[in-house]
Design a protein around this ligand. Structure first.
Ligand code: NAD
Length: 518
């Protein structure tokens, strides 16, 4: 990093309240002494250390959970629209820090600046959504079968919500969960990814201050920065955390699901994808090209919604392949803070190694690399985290294609007829997001029908990547089954209660049962 850039970076860190060494646990704006090991935050941009965090130990996590439980007792009594008012102020506080926090997301995670700021915008949007939701925590009313009775359902705050997040959305996924949980009357304990701890410190500095200034208990919003095995598993096993929302890889989800299920808690799982786009003979190829470029190369292929598989009709396969290769050649790879860069680094060297290993498997299993896949060297590239995005021709059944490699590798697969394309599409263990590019009504309707895509999200002429917050987000099969963010996803963060009130002077029983003398 050049001297001028270092000064800018230091200003960003100072502005976000991040010193050389941060503490790894906070209740609202209060940072707590921690007893865990020291974690270094290394920027994938240039391999330099951005800062250090003294991590939370399982005991620190225990203290924070206790604090959250205490704060919950007060927070649940605050009327929901007033809780919404606090979230509105949190959203405004993030509006003021959008550029700096977006830049930190880029520096610590590696996504380009437009996407870093876009992620903070998503956080702000979900705050706005949650404010509205705070006045719409609706339940149904039913007509009782018993005379003089009334029945209805209501939603109560649930307790403390544990939020475990992945590295690739350092702040937005927390907000998807936390802002909805807050208006629902829950306390939140957040365990961010250890790859992006400073984004969590910055986000808590911003949101924690609002909680403190609002006069509510600091333990309403908490963070514990620590390893998945100790702090994450502690949270997953703790009965004081009725809901654990975990975003990350399938192996992580399996482990969290086991621990939460063992104590009969509620898991909300948002796991890996293996997303495919079907391109039909009549598709608008220009549209498809633009969608695939963003969907496969954006965020350096490190979105859960990244397009991994492109299932293309044989009649347009070569044409689309040529268009893609020439578009890939023009992708500017470099410093994510430069406006001209389209693709930044991968998150760390391990991610680069995992990509290289996958490329070896692709070749060994019969696939062909059509473009890219090299590790780049020279200048900034010597950080060891920069690669060229890659296109491969493969068959869907290869073991390497069946799993998610979290890197910019796009698999191209040929198909002959639409039903075969649907078969190929669904023949993977994951089921997060999907799309078809077609101008044929029958194809699009079949894709969206119960005989079509088996994913939680299915789009027509829209990329799999770049979901809006208004819809419920999540996937099926190994992708976890959870739903977060918009629509009625808020219901997972509350407990549902069905109530019957007898306003008659009689005691009729349901189903017409007569019991005893009357
Ligand atoms: P990861 O599974 O390595 O880590 C995710 C989080 O889980 C981290 O905070 C980590 O510390 C924690 N963790 C790890 N082991 C744990 C354990 N045993 N108990 C409790 N917590 C544990 O994932 P990652 O590399 O950070 O992120 C990439 C993955 O996340 C990809 O598979 C991607 O598809 C997925 N992802 C899914 C979504 C979604 O909404 N479906 C969104 C973003 C990312």
């Amino acid at each position: 990093m050049r001297r001028g850039e270092e000064i800018v970076m230091q200003k960003i860190l100072d502005g976000l309240g991040i010193g050389k060494t941060s503490r790894g646990a906070a209740a609202g704006s209060r940072w707590l002494e921690c007893g865990g090991g020291v974690l270094e935050s290394v920027s994938p941009v240039d391999g330099k250390v951005l800062g250090r965090v003294v991590q939370a130990s399982p005991e620190d996590c225990d203290r924070v959970i206790a604090r959250a439980a205490e704060a919950f007792r007060e927070w649940r009594m605050v009327p929901a629209p007033k809780r919404g008012e606090v979230v509105r102020r949190i959203g405004n506080a993030f509006r003021e820090r959008k550029q700096d926090l977006g830049a930190l997301v880029s520096l610590e995670m590696g996504k380009i600046r437009a996407e870093g700021e876009g992620e903070v915008q998503e956080l702000i949007d979900i705050c706005d959504f949650a404010v509205g939701q705070s006045r719409m925590l609706y339940g149904f009313t039913m007509h009782s079968e018993r005379p003089g009775h009334r029945m209805y359902e209501q939603y109560h705050p649930l307790g403390t919500v544990g939020v475990i997040t992945a590295f690739n959305f350092p702040v937005a996924v927390w907000a998807w969960n936390a802002m909805i949980a807050l208006v629902c009357g829950d306390a939140v304990v957040w365990k961010p990814s250890s790859k992006v701890p400073l984004c969590a410190v910055a986000a808590m500095n911003i949101a924690g201050r609002v909680i403190a200034e609002s006069g509510y208990p600091d333990g309403v919003l908490n963070v514990v920065i620590g390893g998945g095995k100790d702090v994450g598993e502690k949270m997953a096993s703790d009965v004081r955390v009725p809901l654990v929302s975990a975003t990350g890889s399938v192996p992580m989800g399996r482990r969290v699901a086991e621990l939460v299920a063992a104590r009969l808690g509620k898991p909300l799982l948002e796991l890996g994808g293996n997303n495919a786009v079907i391109v039909t003979p009549g598709a608008d190829l220009d549209l498809a090209l633009r969608a695939v470029l963003f969907g496969a190369v954006g965020t350096s292929g490190q979105r859960c919604t990244t397009i991994r598989r492109l299932i293309v009709h044989h009649s347009v396969f070569d044409r689309l392949k040529d268009l893609l290769v020439s578009a890939y050649r023009q992708v500017r790879i470099g410093n994510p803070l430069d406006a001209a860069t389209l693709m930044g680094p991968l998150v760390d060297r391990e991610a680069v190694e995992a990509m290289q290993k996958a490329l070896g498997e692709i070749r060994a299993q019969g696939g062909r690399v059509l473009y890219g896949g090299e590790v780049l060297t020279g200048g900034l590239y010597d950080a060891g985290t920069y690669v060229s995005p890659c296109i491969c021709e493969v068959e869907n059944h290869y073991p390497v294609v069946q799993r998610e490699t979290f890197a910019p590798i796009l698999y191209m697969i040929r198909y002959e007829d639409f039903d075969q394309a649907l078969e190929l599409h669904n023949a993977v263990p994951q089921g997060l997001t999907s799309a078809v590019f077609t101008n044929d009504l029958r194809e699009s309707e079949k894709f969206l029908s119960h005989a079509g895509s088996d994913c939680g999200i299915a789009n027509v002429n829209v990329s799999t990547s770049g979901a809006e917050i208004g819809g419920a987000f999540g996937g099926e099969k190994e992708s976890g089954g959870g739903r977060e963010s918009g629509s009625d996803a808020w219901k997972a963060y509350m407990r549902r209660q069905t109530s019957t009130i007898n306003w008659s002077g009689d005691m009729p029983l349901a189903q017409g049962i007569k019991f005893g003398a009357s």
